[in-house]
Design a protein around this ligand. Sequence first.
Ligand SMILES: C[S@@+](CC[C@H](N)C(=O)[O-])C[C@H]1O[C@@H](n2cnc3c(N)ncnc32)[C@H](O)[C@@H]1O
Length: 221
Amino acid sequence: MNKNNQTHNLSHHKNRAFKPEKINPPRIFDSKSWQWLTQSKNEIVLEIGAGKGLHAIQFAAQNKDKTIIAIERTAEKFAAFNKNAQPKNLANLYPVHADAIAWSVFALPAQSISQAFILYPNPERNNANQQWLNMPYFEFLLSRLKNDATITIASNIMEYLDNAQAQSTEVWQLPTTREVVDKTSSRTHFEIKYLARGEPCEQLVITKPAGYVTRFDNDNP
Ligand SMILES: C[S@@+](CC[C@H](N)C(=O)[O-])C[C@H]1O[C@@H](n2cnc3c(N)ncnc32)[C@H](O)[C@@H]1O
């Protein structure tokens, strides 16, 4: 079916459709190694742009009943993440060196994620269509979430969050709350740096309601 013609019953107003069939698999990828995702009893948590992994490592250590998959595409940051994670020996932490878009298209089943984090994403000031909520890919990400799953997106750039909030409510039609990040928070290296400089940090918590319909609810490419 042509996904572009299938807009009548969608839960959102994004016309441009993501095209998963145009995405190549990550360079190092073995689909078999992710088959466990279809039958995991643990809640699966996804972090996109995990940097050196501080948040993912802390989260895994504090939430042994959940499994966190944390994706970072920059080789240097991923190497630091791996180095930090290895001595902790956390069986519920999966550091992934890949582009999150390609990895999620090839590895993630629909409706498999209970919580997602995008913490201090690149602001993409000169290329706003690369901001996560401006991208057609965001619909694919929503399709991978379970009902009532949340996406937490934090930033020190208020214009970024203003736009993301407007996109979330007006285009994606999603319940969205906005919170100030506590000054003592230390989830990521960027958060520590921004709060130490006295910059305001805020976050959106976006919920996928039950019954939310996307073009990708049953599809894998
Ligand atoms: C500003 S850094 C923040 C890193 C970390 N979350 C923190 O707060 O310290 C944004 C990170 O997202 C990563 N990133 C951006 N787009 C990505 C993508 N499509 N897939 C995986 N990682 C991505 C970048 O490589 C970068 O490390």
